[in-house]
Design a protein around this ligand. Sequence first.
Ligand code: ADP
Ligand code: MG
Length: 679
Amino acid sequence: YSSRYQSILQTRLKLPVYKFQSELLEAVADNQIVVIEGETGSGKTTQIPQFLVEIGYATPGKSCVGCTQPRRVAATSIATRVAEEMDVTLGKTVGYTIRFEDISDPNETVLKFLTDGMLLREAMSDPFLSRYSCIVLDEAHERTLATDVLMGLLMEVLPKRKKGSKHGELKVVVMSATLDAEKFQAYFGGAPLMKVPGRTFPVEVFYTAEPERNYLEAATRTAIQIHQCEGPGDILVFLTGEQEIEQACEEIRLGAQDMGKDASELVVYPLYSSLPPAQQRKIFSAAPGPKVVGGKPGRKVVVSTNIAETSLTIDGIVYVIDPGFSKQKVYNPRIRVESLLVSPISRASARQRSGRAGRTRPGKCFRLYTEQSFHNDLQETTYPEILRSKMSNVVLTLKKLGIDDLVHFDFMDPPAPETLMRALEVLNYLGALDDEGDMTDLGRQMAELPLDPQLSKMLICSPDYNCSDEIVSIVASMSVPQIFLRPRENAKAADEAKAQFVDNTSDHITLLNAYATYEEIPQAERRDWCWNNFINDRSISSAESVKKQLKGIMRRLDIPLVTCRGANGSFDTNAIRMALTSAMYMQTAYLQSAGNYLTVKDNQIVYVHPGSSIDSKPQWVVFEEFALTSKNYIRTVTTTRGEWLVEMAPHYFDLENFPECEAKDELMLEYKKLARRMT
Ligand code: ADP
Ligand code: MG
């Protein structure tokens, strides 16, 4: 073994889970399900799956140990770390699977990290999860939608995977970072609960005297103050998303420069999901040493999303800055809108965050809110995601898994009946479920695609409009992080670059224009081309790989690849807009005389987002996203026509209850035309 292996091994042996290894393996041997609760950083995620592999739970080519993660970054980062710890190649003995990226080998991989969503997807083609001998459900306390559904599914699968069953015994280890573990224990019929003794140091918590007006500014100010006034130790700052994080990094760097030459060095690293892996790994590098011999040691600042709360542990953190917010999914079934909102975290999250400061020695946590606010305004725990999500995708998955009785499915926290009704309704409108709620052939095809049901339907129906090649490009471009870059300091140049791709009837087609241009640029020139055109290089190249994979699935499902591109290279944009409309008509809005839009059925006042390519005020639009901000904006918008809507979804537009307006008159007219044509 390499010397690096030896040195990592020494660190590993000090982790608290080691003392607990034999007790744990005994419990797993004696029980089908074991629940483990342990302090973040005690070594659960990196070590326990290795213990299971070492003791022989996996055989190459036959069975493997799977460990689920709620986040893609955690799955890839931990797989990389574990491969390094085991001194093996990533993608062979140890691998990972996330949506659109499978770095594992069915003949060799014995330990696979995967997102909870991917395991759910695998279950669709392998209902007994036969390739696994052991599944570790990690970060169960996060209660993501997919983890909750997996738990319900395991309750159905486990009795069929007892010792001596066809596929052999399946073991399940549920791991959680918080004291909620009793809840899991009760849910899993009294499975043994084991606690990994934690090793943490006291953390002194500070609150602000007054509420902060601007938490971003407060966070950067606090980081700089710590660097100036506090003893050695690294800093972890929690913010909510990429843009905020990049801005804070920049401002902290500038602030540190202002301190002058004699200040010790400060390095700042961002951490969020769309960051390239090589940059993600930097958070684990050691802080810089002193600038001069005998000088003050340097310091590392990591500015991260929630991922650093429990999923990834960064050693050496002594100071935590917690503004008290994270991006959370919210769903309003009444208006069918699911969005990500910056929302206050729970007290349980705040405690986890402060705990990050006491990993290696006593630390300090600066909460950028008042103590009163902590006690009175924050909820004790966050509601599980299943109570805050739309369920159409889950319902389609469950139906595909043969689970028809949704009402009696063993959810740990059952979703609101209204949310389930909405999901059934949407799937019925899309034609995935018939009027009895049974899956149709279209529904079965839709479930095969790793996409939102609406996008699946769009792709499947696109050959009818002769444009499946274009729709698959659009869908792929929408499945990756933002392709168009618009840096604040360079917004004008970015807008000018985007203008060459703009189709002023459709944001979707604008995206397609950029993507199609990219496809034709020779490989060697692509980087420069992206740079010159304010295109996110990494995003658009992953869109290309997503497209390739989707085309593979289309081939398997016999969905023909046809193009509407003419000999002169231009697209038949009407055809594309019709294909988009055919799957998106449930998100239609129409123009009102005041200049705003009103959504059909739900009657919400909305505005087209100012970043949209649409420069006029078309009568009808379909939209991808409803952003609940200060103003209700619709984003990624395409112009459509009353006649298409009536033709494609006569059952949806309920004229009797449609408010009196120009749009209604147009619909009436179109209905009459349709009726004439049909008789
Ligand atoms: P838990 O799952 O109990 O929270 P982990 O297994 O994630 O704990 O972490 C155990 C230790 O491994 C921590 O000290 C963490 O810093 C370290 N670790 C994890 N990933 C890396 C990495 N990529 N580089 C260096 N150290 C790492
Ligand atoms: Mg962990």
